[in-house]
Ligand binder design. Structure first.
Ligand SMILES: C[S@@+](CC[C@H](N)C(=O)[O-])C[C@H]1O[C@@H](n2cnc3c(N)ncnc32)[C@H](O)[C@@H]1O
Length: 204
């Protein structure tokens, strides 16, 4: 999808007053990042800010980046409601460059075609301080036919193997197709996510 069309589509989707993804952090973010010592973080494609705000409430200094003005406005309201500070930057994920290295980069359900996905992952892995963490969760390609919700286009979905391949030079701490329980009116459903957690080797 052309970039401005995609941006307009996300702005429209976020224009409803309710949160599209709820205001609660993603379950894997909560499970895997709860014990990480707080530092400087980037939430890339932060959307309505659920993960950025959760991180800020844990003491992280968070920069939330997204190309959706409407998403970032909602994220700013969520941060204010929780009494936390988050820095917001409206930018394209394929071009954003942070001014300094950080301790954590979170990329949660950023849907891009394969060339842009590879570009973003290869850029993001260079933003980490020694020992820093890159946390990626996304709709797995197997979800299109075997899981609940998510995009119908396999092109914007991830696989564990392709994701790990982009992270050459990092230590892979976790790489799995993970089952995410989604509560619906007709009972619990299972969504299939690519989950990869990697870290920049610590300085000797
Ligand atoms: C499925 S939402 C996920 C939002 C958030 N990370 C979360 O987990 O709640 C995908 C987000 O990616 C953003 N996005 C998509 N393409 C982008 C791009 N090229 N640059 C910046 N943001 C982008 C959209 O605006 C949207 O907020």
């Amino acid at each position: 999808m052309e970039r401005n069309t995609a941006k307009d589509a996300w702005n429209k989707r976020y224009s409803a007053s309710d949160y599209v993804w709820t205001d609660k952090a993603n379950q894997f973010v909560e499970t895997h990042l709860a014990d990480l010592p707080a530092g400087q973080a980037i939430d890339l494609a932060a959307g309505e800010g659920r993960n950025a705000v959760w991180l800020a409430s844990k003491g992280w200094r968070v920069t939330a980046v997204d190309f959706s003005t409407t998403g970032l406005e909602k994220a700013a309201r969520l941060a204010a409601d929780h009494g936390v500070t988050v820095d917001f930057i409206e930018a394209d994920a394929t071009a954003y460059q942070p001014p300094a290295s950080v301790d954590l980069v979170v990329i949660s359900y950023l849907q891009l075609d394969s060339d842009d996905r590879r570009l973003v992952l290869e850029r993001a892995k260079t933003w980490l301080k020694p020992g820093g963490t890159l946390f990626i969760v996304a709709h797995d390609r197997s979800n299109v036919t075997g899981g609940y919700g998510g995009p119908s286009s396999p092109d914007v979905c991830y696989t564990v193997a392709e994701t790990v391949e982009c992270l050459d030079g990092l230590e892979i701490n976790r790489a799995a197709c993970a089952q995410r329980i989604v509560s619906t009116d007709s009972g619990d459903q299972i969504a299939l996510d690519t989950l990869v957690i990697a870290s920049e080797p610590a300085s000797p």
